[in-house]
Design a binder for this molecule. Structure first.
Ligand code: F6P
Length: 555
């Protein structure tokens, strides 16, 4: 039995769960008209309403006690102070240093990292601004019209999500494209519309060894060299962001176009580093500074707000409440802002690669569930796709809802329709529809008793489905920075309470290892016997069909 599940706060929560598990939120709202005031928090212009959760004040007090007992306060300090809390890699976890706007030193192994952070941000801004102002020229002395970021995982999802989210802040005559998939369709579809003379590539890879990125980078390089006729113009069209400067140079990238990353920034937490280069090219330095400022505001809040007023702590504890006590296996993120359409995908990596762990910090198997399956979609689209399951399915899936009070274009007709759905869905998920209410509706439609009897079970909504809602004034860079950082810290808090290391990702290694061996086997058309019968069967079918199709050049 683990220390966590044996702790007094955990046991108290188990007892409390048994007392509260059949409580109905709709009754709680009737009993306590102050519920919204009691269970909502604010950070600047971000409102976090968590009153539509299956909680009461005792639940929250006990959850905050759990956080207290996990020594959360001391872990927060240890992270911000640069201690090597990524224990399996013996690394500090300092994405917060990348948006540390107070100018105070942050020490790693006794050395202040802030001068190099600021220097790298400055270099990124200089390059970005020279492309934005058309001072940077391609090899035909033309300005850059298209930037292609080649990267995957954290070297892709963060920048892509932010670029999409802040689209209204972007230059209209400068396109930023993202290529991640090693499937040739991704890069060929992207490049076929572009002109090599006005295209600038960013090879974004912390390791500079990731297969998908390297294969795509080679293809991009070849496309450029084919056009120029030689490799003499690479310095005008290629840059890299990596902690492996040697490999980036060996690829042929000019040192002045290589931006540094540090081992204390995890890939999925790296959008604040030079990995932001495509973001800064798209939205400009001032807006990027606002993004950093928003994250810094959330960092300050996380560090200083008491637990019961702390938004990421509260988000994390609600997640644990459902995950570990209600046995909810998943959680859904539903932005009601089209520009946040990549936010759920981004959060999938941030959350699932961080907390999808089964071994604790003492290298033992855990005996409780950890990170949930996170999925999501634009709320409006999801309503017409999978909300059926949220409302009437057999699974409890807590939802996060995010919506702007004002939209960028201020078309009231659209925005009111959008927001009516936000409010209606959170109410419907919470209240549901009782048998009596459903009966009365069917009766009012004039249906006969037999038809009503048959239809009735289908018309009942169980309700009591939890939602937490973020309302923010508008999706500006500052707000976006804060929202991202709040989620990062939520993930951190959960990792601390689950006693796991949220900052390594050993689980991605096995597939990579096997793929590199299988890649060699695909060099010829000889059948393989090296694997289990399924894997052999699939490989051999592929090789045979490839031969028959005669499309694959294996030379
Ligand atoms: O395979 C997972 C992973 O290592 C992620 O953690 C990371 O964000 C991604 O691959 C890309 O890695 P890199 O930036 O080193 O190419």
């Amino acid at each position: 039995m683990s220390k966590l599940t044996q702790s007094s706060s955990w046991k108290a929560l188990e007892e409390h769960y048994n007392e509260i598990k059949h409580s109905r939120m709709r009754d709680m709202f009737v009993e306590d008209p102050q519920r919204f005031e009691q269970f909502s928090l604010k950070l600047n212009d971000i409102l976090f309403d968590y009153s539509k959760n299956i909680i009461n004040s005792q639940t929250m007090a006990q959850l905050y006690q759990l956080a207290e007992d996990s020594e959360l306060g001391s872990w927060i300090s240890r992270m911000f102070d640069g201690e090597p809390i990524n224990n399996t890699e013996n690394r500090a976890v300092l994405h917060t240093a990348l948006r540390n706007r107070d100018g105070l030193p942050v020490l790693v192994d006794g050395k202040d990292v802030m001068p190099s952070v600021c220097e790298e941000h400055e270099r990124v801004k200089q390059l970005a601004e020279s492309i934005r102002t058309r001072a940077w020229r391609g090899y035909h002395d033309q300005p850059i019209t298209d930037v292609v970021n080649i990267g995957i995982g954290g070297s892709h999802l963060g920048p892509l999500m932010v670029t999409e989210a802040l689209r209204p802040y972007s230059l209209h005559d400068l396109n930023v494209h993202y290529v991640s998939n090693v499937d040739e369709n991704h890069i060929t579809d992207t490049l076929e519309k572009l002109n090599p003379a006005t295209t600038f590539f960013i090879i974004a890879s912390k390791s500079f060894t990731t297969q998908d990125t390297m294969v795509n980078a080679e293809t991009a390089r070849q496309w450029h060299v084919n056009d120029v006729g030689n490799d003499s113009q690479i310095d005008k069209h290629f840059s890299a962001v990596s902690s492996n400067v040697k490999a980036a140079k060996a690829f042929g990238i000019d040192e002045k176009n290589i931006f540094q990353m540090w081992d204390w920034v995890g890939g999925r937490y790296s959008l604040w580093s030079a990995i932001s280069l495509p973001i800064v090219i798209a939205i400009g330095s001032d807006n990027f500074d606002q993004l950093l400022q928003g994250a810094y505001e959330a960092d300050k809040h996380f560090k200083t707000a008491p637990l019961a007023e702390n938004i990421p702590v509260t988000m994390a504890l609600l997640g644990i409440w459902y995950n570990n006590f209600f046995d909810a296996q998943s959680t859904v993120v539903l932005p009601y802002d089209q520009h946040l359409h990549k936010f759920p995908t981004y959060l999938q990596q941030a959350d699932m690669e961080s907390n999808g762990k089964g071994v604790n910090r003492q290298n033992q198997l855990v005996d409780y569930t950890t990170g949930p399956v996170l999925f999501g979609e634009i709320g409006i689209a999801a309503q017409h796709a999978f909300f059926q399951l949220l409302h009437q399915g057999t699974k409890l899936i807590p939802a996060d809802i995010l919506a702007p009070v004002s939209n960028f274009h201020c078309i009231a007709r659209h925005h009111r329709a959008l927001m009516s759905n936000v409010f209606a869905q959170t109410e419907a998920l919470m209240k549901g529809k009782t048998e009596q209410e459903a009966y009365a509706e069917l009766k009012a439609e004039g249906l006969d008793e037999d038809t009503i009897k048959a239809l009735l079970p289908n018309k009942i909504f169980p309700g009591n489905r939890p939602t937490s809602t973020f309302l923010f004034n508008s999706l500006d860079p500052t707000t976006l920075g804060s929202l991202i950082a709040l989620y990062e810290h939520k993930i951190f808090v959960q990792g601390i309470i689950w006693n796991i290391n949220s900052f390594d990702q050993w689980g991605v290694e096995l597939g990579k290892q096997l793929a590199s061996g299988i890649l060699q086997e695909l060099d010829d058309n000889e059948p393989t016997k090296a694997h289990d019968s399924s894997t052999n069967g699939l490989i051999n079918y592929y090789k045979k069909q490839r031969y028959i199709n005669n499309k694959e050049d294996i030379s």
